[in-house]
Design a protein around this ligand. Sequence first.
Ligand SMILES: [Zn+2]
Ligand SMILES: [Zn+2]
Length: 677
Amino acid sequence: MLLSPGGSVADAELVLVDGRRVRVPAGQSIQSALQTQGSAVRSAVAAITDGQALDFMTPVPAGATLTLVPVDSSDGLRVLRHSAAHLMAAAVQSLFPEAKFAIGPAIEDGFYYDMDLPRPLVPEDLPVIETKMRELAGQRLAYDRREMSLDQALTWAREAHQDYKVEILETIRDHGTSRPESREPRAETTSSNLAELEGEAASGTGTVSFYQTGTFLDLCRGPHVPDTSWLTAFRLTHIAGAYWRGDERRPMLQRIYGTAFATQEALEQHLYRLEEARRRDHRRLGKELDLFSVADEVGGGLILWHPKGGMVRKLIEDFWRDEHLRNGYDIVYSPHVGRAKLWQTSGHLDFYQEMMYPRMEGDGQDYYVKPMNCPFHIMIYQSKVRSYRDLPLRFAELGTVYRFERAGVLHGLLRVRGFTQDDAHIFCTPEQMEEEIARAVQFSLFFLRTFGFEDYEVYVATRPEKFVGDAAAWDRATEALKRAAERAGQTYAVDPGGGAFYGPKIDIKVKDALGRPWQCTTVQFDFNLPERFDLTYVGEDNRPHRPYMVHRALLGSMERFLGVLIEHYGGAFPAWLAPVQVRVLPVADRHHAYASTVAERLRVEGLRAEVDGRNEKIGLKVREAEVQKIPYVLVVGDKESAAGTVSVRLRGGRDRGVMPLADFVASLAPERKPQPA
Ligand SMILES: [Zn+2]
Ligand SMILES: [Zn+2]
């Protein structure tokens, strides 16, 4: 087929994946237009024109500009995954002809389909369904699109006993949309899925579109891949229960989750990351390594730190306090409760009460458990007249606060109700402000690097529509935040209008070993509390001035940070943070006394050592020390006891050989202290 040289109205323009723009005649399918261009058809998966996505089998509309959707883009993957959901449903239907289908959208990282099946699925069903999917994929079944009137569609759904489709169609008929009052939690359904579900009907035309794949027919807006042979890299991952329309009063359906990628390699990478994330899950490791727990009798989101978790925390806290003192902070402590009057002045009772634990009463006074430390630090500031000579003041506290998070959002150490912030409040003059911010940001990066985080995402959130304070002061503060990021050599993104009403802030997220971002540091200006508490200092002019106030947490909270650290290190803490650094394993009972001497000597040297004196085989004790991710294992038997040596094994199985105990102790010197990168 030849291009019309000058282009005509019957032409359309194609924007290829590589950015080239070519003219093609209208009328033929997008797929054949691509083939005539010699463009690799399978590098794209659909085409977009006027915000509408079209299948490759759609005829090229005259005069249109069609932009191809790369198959490995997020839009492209959504098409692939949604097509895989249909393929899965087709497979399920051939295995369970009585299956009733609800909805099957693409989601972040994959897809699911909710269905009503004659029996509960077990994990062993997944490979069977997957095999059926591969068989159907090999048959190159087309995704045939067709339109039906609503009446025709309803007749089909009723005759096919597809009760959920009947309900969707009736809703579309009565409301013009399939989801008038969605109860589906938003997190499960991305906005584009919502649009897709709501758009199952070609609105206003009284018709709905269907896709036929082999014998499986589904109400769907599309777009889809041309045929099932496009689906080569997919995997069914797990089964869950899900209420129809997210409503616990409606039937519980079975949901099968899966994922699909453009290439087998991308799929394998994704599955590896999933497996790694599971292996590193801090709730699992927290239990295995005996670090922390949550007890129903205590309450959700209230963490019990076990001795080993407590040791990790103590090490972080010691390091934190020492470094704060070295960096000009003062350490303060404040109570866990305060009078209602304090929280009235701070504004918490007006704006934050639903996050606070309920009021308690004593001596005819009302008290509240603190959700934040700031008012207490402000009271310390106000305990005497402050002069410009006193500033900057930096009050730091590992301050435990309580916030009444909804039970449904609690998650291990990451979302809790009681937590210890590594908090500080900086009070300074306008002249000192910029330097203070730069120091806080640099200080934060120093901490994060010490814990092995090298990659950051930095965000500066600026003034929203509604704000308190002076706009010029906001601008100065925002500039100071940006310059602080620059001085620290960090690029940053601006979140325009994303600041709190009381001040701009800078947030630093760390990327962990799997590349997942975690929010840690916040440096937050406050133009509100200094007003509410009428904070002043006496200036050089002998008159009262308002100080700048900055809240900052570097790690975030001890709970959350431990959760992030566990997942980042996969539980294998570096030696300086490991709750037990050395475990001594006597080969037999007669070596027990020597093992104890070795451990005692290590403890005297300030190392954290223990003896596994159980009457078990040495191989088993070595394996268990490995499971406990202990950095050093010392095996002691006859030779070692006689010679005063130890046989050293490193975590991960490496053998360092036999050496005198003193040499081993000396070799650990560099690993006993944090090693900032
Ligand atoms: Zn669909
Ligand atoms: Zn604060």
